[in-house]
Design a protein around this ligand. Structure first.
Ligand SMILES: *Cc1c(COP(=O)(O)O)cnc(C)c1O
Length: 411
């Protein structure tokens, strides 16, 4: 898939569908078989051995059992690999199952135990790494401390950019250089393959919580890792024994969702930009976190990330109490965790997604995170305006905002 000759939007629509014409169908079939008839004991046994060893393609003896391989899942994997410029991809039952497999596979293959984690990370990832469950020794550092923190026994480096929830950006190429050959895993959930392709910048593995933008409709939990053939085989071996599989119905929905991913991301991003421009002028908002708003000191926009995305965080002047009021006052924005869907969401990271993170690394209590959807930007701005204006104690001390100003006028 590395030499796919099409532009990214065409890959999104056509990848993973190469076998459909031969099958005589236009939409990918859903194969729900948990087991496969065996042609003979010996051929079945050899197949089992090859598949459990992480091999592809499916040998003559068939796929044997769905914990080893499923064609509907494989089509989604092939499509995502194409979008991430990867040789292969391996799908899992959730983003956390994918992260678990990535760490287990890398520790096993390298014979090393140390994992270097660049904060901030998604709370679940931070917690998983700190938990000790994976047998890794984990140290945390900032992106600028990677070179000083890599050890001879470091198996991998884990980073996220833009990071959840502060939208901090990390220079992937600089971390890869500082890593001196240690494989770097990039969580690309926020950027999506539409805006950023970490493998092109030297990362060894790209992880997505496919639950978010890839699925895009809030109805699938899934994870996927795009990487080289060697890493993919190691991941499949871990998946085969630990069983963190993606169900074929979920894979079908994800594959369907990929076709519209570029269009959705660009439209959601256009909405986000309008909302950011409006929020930065709002007296109840102390600071807006969004790629590029800080002047892009590392020069990553354009070089690493082709757009600014559709996730926004904001520090409210009224702190935690105002966050409590705003999150319960919005009507179009649903107060809920998760992100990346066609509908807008609002949530408080310190209390929810990042609750398991130690207090010194936890997001500020004044921080609220917005995932911008496909609604009309004017309606989203009006919703935020109402929620912020109606509830901010500060606003009561400021001159009244003109009540009849058209929503979005400030942008
Ligand atoms: C949600 C999320 C995850 C975890 O994925 P699940 O599908 O919820 O298991 C990992 N990384 C990031 C950046 C996320 O937002």
């Amino acid at each position: 898939m590395t030499s796919w000759p099409l532009h990214p939007d065409s890959v999104a629509v056509h990848a993973g569908r190469e076998d459909l014409a031969d099958l005589g169908v236009h939409a990918p079939p859903i194969d729900l078989s948990t087991t496969n008839p065996l042609p003979g004991i010996e051929a079945g046994g050899l197949s089992y051995e090859a598949m459990a060893g992480g091999g592809t393609p499916v040998p003559e003896g068939g796929a044997v059992y769905a914990r080893l391989w499923n064609p509907t899942v494989a089509r989604f994997e092939s499509a995502l690999a194409g979008m991430e410029h990867a040789e292969a991809a391996v799908a899992f039952s959730s983003g956390m199952a994918a992260m678990t497999a990535a760490v287990l596979a890398t520790l096993k293959e390298s014979g090393r135990r140390h994992v270097l984690a660049v904060r901030p990370l998604y709370g679940g990832t931070d917690h998983l790494l700190a938990s000790g469950l994976l047998g890794a020794e984990v140290t945390y550092c900032s992106a600028s401390r990677v070179a000083a923190s890599v050890r001879p026994d470091t198996a991998m480096i884990v980073l996220e950019t833009p990071a959840n929830p502060t939208l901090d950006m990390v220079d992937i190429r600089a971390v890869v250089e500082a890593a001196r050959g240690v494989p770097v895993l990039v969580d690309n959930t926020f950027a999506t393959p539409v805006l950023q392709n970490p493998l092109d910048l030297g990362a060894a593995m790209v992880l997505h919580s496919a639950t978010k933008y890839l699925g895009g409709h809030g109805d699938v939990i899934a994870g996927v890792i795009a990487c080289g053939h060697q890493e993919a085989a190691a991941l499949r071996r871990v998946r085969a024994v630990t069983g963190g599989l993606l169900h074929p119905l979920a894979a079908y929905l994800l594959h369907r969702g990929l076709a519209t991913l570029p269009v959705r991301v660009r439209a959601q991003q256009a909405n986000a930009r309008r909302i950011v421009a409006w929020l930065t002028t709002h007296p109840g908002v102390a600071r807006v976190h969004y790629p590029g708003l800080d002047g892009d000191p590392l020069g990553l926009l354009g070089r690493q990330m082709s757009g600014t995305g559709a996730m926004i965080s904001m520090d409210l002047r009224g702190g935690y109490e105002q966050a409590e009021r705003v999150t319960s006052a919005t009507r179009l924005f649903t107060h809920a965790v998760s992100l990346g869907g066609v509908d807008s969401l609002i949530q408080h990271p310190a209390a929810l997604t990042h609750r398991p993170v130690p207090p010194d690394a936890r997001p500020a209590a004044s921080l609220v995170r917005l995932s911008i959807g496909l609604e009309d930007a004017d309606d989203l701005i009006a919703d935020l305006d109402r929620a912020l204006a109606a509830t901010s104690p500060l606003d009561q001390r400021l001159p009244a905002r003109p009540a009849d100003a058209p929503a979005g006028a400030a942008s």
